[in-house]
Design a protein around this ligand. Structure first.
Ligand code: GRF
Length: 217
């Protein structure tokens, strides 16, 4: 396979279904993202995301993280194996493991995560149920640079949906998903074009500090 152009190699980390991963793979192949997915890595060997990647001809890495006593050592070894594919960007797309601070630090500014809430609201799990319980009228998803704190790195893009009276956690998750896919594709496309980078905790977008996240709706 031809080598991806320098600066445009993408590794995806996923633990489950893999719909965001697949949408990124397709967007690269159709030219909506000027980049190439060079690896899909998972901490769950049975993750459907791995099968989707294999079917798409993408290299995969599967390492079971369950039952490992030394979290830090596992995370460092896992990311070392990911690094062997020489990614310029690591995308966490449904990667359901909190990586140790020492493992993410070398990737600060080059590792992003998609989270199903309008951060800083609702970091962590179960966001759709929590947003309904709070009586919010709006929901969405965020893409942020990964830092040591859970779902708290600099956010640079978000999508929004209205919450209906009859929404359930499942209906919200289902309605949000296609918006998430578009958000992640647009975010990665910006990064691959060099539109966005980090300066400390500040996001720089086309040479200017970004004061509010980009709206990708
Ligand atoms: C998405 O909702 C994503 O925001 C969250 O986990 C879910 C993953 O879905 N982090 P998929 O595996 O990409 O289909």
């Amino acid at each position: 396979m031809a080598r991806a152009q320098p600066g445009r190699r993408i590794a995806i980390l996923a633990s489950g279904r893999g719909s965001n991963a697949l949408s990124l793979i397709e967007a690269c192949r159709t030219g909506r993202i000027e980049g190439e997915v060079v690896l899909l890595a998972s901490n769950r060997p049975a993750a459907p995301a791995l099968d989707l990647a294999r079917a798409a001809g993408i290299s995969t890495l599967a390492e079971d993280s369950r039952g490992r006593a030394d979290r830090r050592a596992w995370d460092l070894a896992f990311l070392e194996r990911v690094a062997a594919s020489q990614p310029d960007l690591i995308v966490l797309a449904g990667f359901m493991r909190r990586l140790h601070a020492d493992a993410v630090a070398p990737w600060y500014g080059r590792m992003i995560n998609i989270h199903p809430s309008l951060l800083p609201a609702y970091p962590g799990l179960d966001t759709h149920r929590r947003v309904l319980a709070a009586g919010d009228h709006e929901h969405g998803a965020s893409v942020h640079f990964v830092s040591a704190e859970l779902d708290a790195g600099p956010v640079f893009a978000q999508c929004h949906i209205k919450i209906d009276n009859h929404d359930t956690a499942d209906s919200l998750a289902q309605r949000l998903l296609p918006h998430e896919h578009r958000l992640l594709i647009a975010s990665v496309a910006h990064l691959m074009r060099g539109d966005i980078h980090l300066d400390g905790r500040s996001v720089i977008f086309r040479g200017q500090p970004l004061t509010t996240p980009l709206s990708i709706d």
